[in-house]
Design a protein around this ligand. Structure first.
Ligand SMILES: *Cc1c(COP(=O)(O)O)cnc(C)c1O
Length: 355
């Protein structure tokens, strides 16, 4: 008997979303960002589904890249955080990985390794997280090139691209152009938000991540995002139903009290599965073509929902927590977080079922 708590993954939806990212930027090539287990979807399955159409993949760490190589994925693989030691540079070179160089220490480590690995140079244009100072790019490029490193692309990352009206994105583009124009190299700036909302940032290579999984990272509704197809349906089932009299409370801390005689269903999913503990009473779930609100505190292995309006609901009925019927971004907003955290937080206990 298996617990029926599952993340259904629609690989066709991911392929369609990748095609949309490409169609929105017809003059750019798109790197499919599949870090963090492909935002919780299963990195190898997603890589396999996209390997014919994506010219390259991006991951955060060298370990993720090595896992892809071990599985036989032949595509270009970009390691977004690069590596910090010469030893790791040698492993990267041997596995034909492409390293992002974002810090002076990485320049030195790569030069000391004396390997001909391809590299991307990352410039800090205002996010102030990773990247060489704009004034240091020329020198780094010169030294790396002389050292035999194949610097293929210059790149940067936006801090506020998810707010389409924020001027910071334009300022970052200006800073980037000023710092890199004289290098004459291919350029890469856009993440999902910029692909959807900032066509002026589309360059030789774009880096779609979140949008591949069918949700918009933008703070507002835009036309370009309407065709995205959610690729994960998080599902569970009702495992108990009880009547709770008016005035009785439900769950840890007795945080929710019935204001009328209520029917309460217990659903087999909790924060240990990745359902957010901060989701408040009232957060919607989908049951039998309708919605039922979460009531009470999210537990480790279960949640409780109000089924008073669902007279036919029964033990064994399926409940959707997010997916095509319940917007991931809505659940994230209710829980005070972002969809990225919810997707990447689905725990290993939840089987991924592929369609
Ligand atoms: C994660 C990441 C991306 C993808 O960002 P999304 O918002 O998920 O599209 C692109 N570039 C870099 C450097 C990243 O770290």
């Amino acid at each position: 008997m298996h617990r029926k708590t599952e993340a259904h993954i629609d690989l066709d939806a991911i392929r369609a979303n990748f095609a949309l990212a490409c169609a929105l930027a017809p003059n750019s090539k798109s790197i499919a960002v599949i870090k963090a287990n492909a935002y919780g979807h299963g990195m190898l399955r997603v890589a396999t589904a996209l390997q014919d159409v994506a010219p390259a993949f991006a991951v955060a760490t060298i370990d993720e890249a090595l896992e892809l190589r071990k599985a036989g994925i032949p595509n270009t693989i970009l390691v977004l955080q690069g590596v910090s030691t010469s030893e790791a540079c040698k492993i990267a070179a041997a596995q034909h990985l492409t390293l992002v160089i974002h810090a002076p220490e990485q320049v030195e480590a790569l030069l000391a390794a004396k390997v001909r690995t391809p590299a991307w140079l990352k410039v800090d244009t205002g996010m102030h997280r990773l990247g060489l100072a704009p004034g240091d790019c020329q020198d780094a490029h010169k030294r790396l090139s002389r050292g035999g490193v194949d610097v293929q692309v210059v790149c940067t990352h936006f801090a506020c691209a998810d707010e389409p009206d924020n001027d910071a994105t334009g300022q970052q583009i200006e800073c980037f152009d000023a710092a890199t124009a004289s290098l004459g190299l291919p350029r890469s700036l856009a993440n999902s938000a910029a692909i959807l909302a900032h066509p002026e940032s589309h360059a030789d290579w774009n880096r779609p991540g979140y949008m591949l999984y069918g949700n918009s990272p933008l703070s507002i509704d835009v036309e370009s995002a309407r065709e995205l197809q959610p690729s994960m349906t998080l599902r569970s089932e009702i495992i108990a139903i009880r009547e709770v009299p008016e005035g009785e409370s439900v769950g840890y801390g007795a945080r929710w009290t019935a204001r009328r005689p209520s029917i309460i269903g217990t659903v087999a999913i909790g924060y240990a599965d990745g359902y957010p503990r901060h989701a408040p009473s009232g957060t919607p779930t989908r049951v039998n073509e309708g919605t039922a609100p979460l009531v009470g505190t999210v537990s480790m292995d279960s949640i409780t929902i109000d089924l008073t309006e669902h007279e036919h609901a029964a033990v064994g009925d399926r409940v959707e927590l997010w997916g095509p019927g319940i917007a991931l971004n809505e659940i994230a907003a209710a829980a005070g977080t972002i969809g990225y955290q919810l997707l990447t937080g689905i725990s290993p206990r939840v089987p991924r079922i592929y369609a």
